[in-house]
Design a protein around this ligand. Structure first.
Ligand code: G6P
Length: 368
């Protein structure tokens, strides 16, 4: 057991550090230097993607957050409407199915009971096809789907999912580009994004190099009972995933909000006992995000901001800034996930919780 962990104290830390390698493995064979190899997604992929008019994503937990990021990509790059829902809700309500909808399940294990139940229902309901993004070959989800894109994360032991998430995002972005090709994405744009994907392993490595500083930062969370995570756009699901990680392994209550919703409630909770974590890449929402941060500062809230090095967010009293190397806006959710994983990990270690096996949680929820 300890041999499997190698030099690492926990599987979770080992799996966080494996991300440059497994993200790379997930792109392997699916991209050239400048474009997506659509045939690598399956022989029927081209025909299917040509006819998809809507995407319905279903997943649970961390995989659901991957689906939420994908919705931003699919609507932005492919211009195809996309809905995302947790499997446990979807399976128990009536829904209206648009013609030519692709049913897309995301699951690390491929054995989550609610996700499988939703898929089985969908197969009776008249979807165009079922696509799975999954990490376990031979799992029920893989066997029962029409088309499969395997993530190459390798076995994930830590209950809190890390490398499965970033490889799901990698696979989802490649899928999005293939779909976008059939929906008018220019060759130049495809090349720009494929080049950005190739940079990911190196960029994730750069973020891992901040581990020591993030460990230092984590001390501020140790004695806190609540925290707030903010993001905007495709970084909102990243904030949700960061909050989920902190809840799962450190047992600190963490809530994620789209930063623009601050004034509609959570601002009432902000005081010096409520650390506020924010992800701030350099995109066109940056200025709006900065004014959200001002609102938090004005109420005495302590801010922990992961910001693009060129974003001009400067440290000051009550505002801790961790500078992240500049990355492409589209791939930013993958890169900004990593510091939040490290933050939760270190808080949990400081609190002395069972990091790999948090109380009350299971790696795979195979019964309802
Ligand atoms: C459990 C795990 C989570 C995981 C979720 C969905 O809650 O603890 O880490 O995200 O199930 O699992 P799946 O295997 O379907 O991705």
């Amino acid at each position: 057991d300890s041999a499997d962990k190698g030099e690492y104290r926990h599987y979770m830390l080992k799996e966080i550090y494996e991300q440059p390698k497994v993200v790379k493995a997930t792109m392997e064979g699916r991209l050239t230097g400048t474009s997506v190899l659509e045939q690598a997604l399956g022989t029927e992929a081209a025909d299917l993607l040509e006819n998809v008019r809507h995407v319905q994503i279903i997943a649970c937990g961390t995989s659901y957050h991957a689906g939420m990021v994908a919705r931003y990509w699919i609507e932005d790059l492919a211009g195809v409407p996309c809905s995302v829902e947790v499997a446990s809700e979807y399976r128990y309500r009536k829904h209206v199915i648009q013609p030519d909808t692709l049913f897309l399940c995301i699951s690390q294990s491929g054995e989550t009971a609610d996700t499988l139940a939703a898929l089985r229902q969908a197969k009776q309901a008249g979807f165009r096809a079922a696509l799975a993004i999954c990490n376990v070959p031979g799992s029920s989800l893989v066997r029962e789907s029409d088309l499969v894109i395997m993530t190459q994360a390798g076995p994930e032991i830590g209950v809190a999912s890390t490398k499965a998430f970033t490889t799901q995002l990698t696979a989802l972005l490649i899928f999005t580009l293939a779909l976008a090709r059939h929906n008018g994405l220019s060759t130049e744009k495809e090349t720009e994004i494929v080049e950005a994907i190739h940079l990911l392993p190196g960029q994730v490595n750069d973020v891992l190099a901040l581990d020591g500083e993030i460990e230092e930062m984590s001390k501020a969370f140790m004695d806190k009972n609540h925290s707030l995570f903010l993001g905007r756009g495709s970084q909102f699901p990243v904030a949700m995933e960061g909050a989920l990680k902190l809840k799962e392994i450190s047992y600190i209550h963490a809530e994620a909000y789209p930063a623009g919703e601050l004034k509609h409630g959570p601002l009432a909770l902000v005081d010096s006992e409520m650390p506020v974590v924010t992800v701030a890449p350099n995109n066109d929402l940056l200025e709006k995000l900065k004014s959200n941060l001002e609102e938090v500062r004005a109420r005495g809230g302590e801010l922990f901001v992961f910001a693009d090095q060129d974003a001009g967010v400067k440290p000051e009293e009550g505002l801790h800034v961790m500078q992240i190397p500049s990355v492409h806006e589209i791939t930013a959710p993958i890169v900004y996930t990593v510091p939040l994983q490290l933050l939760s990990y270190h808080v949990a270690v400081l609190k002395g919780t069972d990091v790999d096996q948090p109380r009350n949680l299971a790696k795979s929820v195979t019964v309802e």
